[in-house]
Design a protein around this ligand. Sequence first.
Ligand SMILES: [Zn+2]
Ligand SMILES: [Zn+2]
Length: 345
Amino acid sequence: MRALFYAGPNQVEWRDVPAPRLQGDGEALVRPLAVTRCDLDYSIVTGAAGWPGPFALGHEMVGIVTAVGDGVTAFRPGDRVIVPFQISCGSCGACARGLTGICESVPFRSSYGMAPLSGFDHGGALSDLVRVPFADHMLLACPEEVSSVAGAGIADNVADAFRSIAPYLAQRPGARVLIVGGLAQGIGLYIAEAARALGSAEVVYLDDSFARLDIARRMGVRVEARATFEGKAPDAPYPITIDASGRPEGLALAIRSTEHGGVCHRTYGDLKPTTEVPLRDMYGIGLTLHLSRLHARTEMPAVTEHVRCGHLHPEAVITRTAAFAEAAEAMLDPTVKVVFVNEDA
Ligand SMILES: [Zn+2]
Ligand SMILES: [Zn+2]
């Protein structure tokens, strides 16, 4: 079958690889229908992430189940499903606590499309077939109302955005929210939409990219164009701030713009091993800085329901639709969010 590979900085290519087969009773095979480019994918393929190739790409997908093992009871061939980007068993100690991103039954950080993270190659979503272990636990039925294009991002970035804002607004209903946009291109915009949908009294989206500001404006949130990230955000302080810029100066701006006792959420770790943060000031004003990887499977059902009932519109962030045949080139397009549609499915 074909699979899209990262071969080196700015080198993305289709390769012919053996198709996966069921390796156990609890597994399923899924044919990807729509795959979205994760924000991290762009950093990978441009070489910014510094990951060694080659490895198969793609980890946000909606697909059709084509085969199941004898032990799979919840899914049948023909079911349309959202496949979380992380591999998890659903029954270990970590999974029992909802921490499906650190499942103890598989190599640490096991994911589709990101072999260097775990050292174990689970294949990528930009291929004709994907093997899903622990299928009854991992797979989530994609509701009829959710298109494959809208649903693919729920496997990672859309769920990541939702959990980056929903808990804070639940604690502070109606609170104003500041988002500093940037490297986490799609996630920052998904957060803006979710903050608005979840009842924030005012959402301010600040960025230096006119393309992203334009999408935020169309979502109906207040936008602030900034060439540099000096000073504070307009009308600071904010009870909830989000740094999606992936840049130290974006994090610093978010922290400076956070209210005493407020919370600042960072969507990325960082591309660099260390980042300076003003701990003394943060301690003094009682600022909570939160960052962690997403536990995708745990977060997916709630956000899927918000998409199903029309509160969230992930497709509003998509700026390019490409066929799988165009994926090698489209993967390197600097545009905000690409969806790849499998023309053979
Ligand atoms: Zn991702
Ligand atoms: Zn587990």
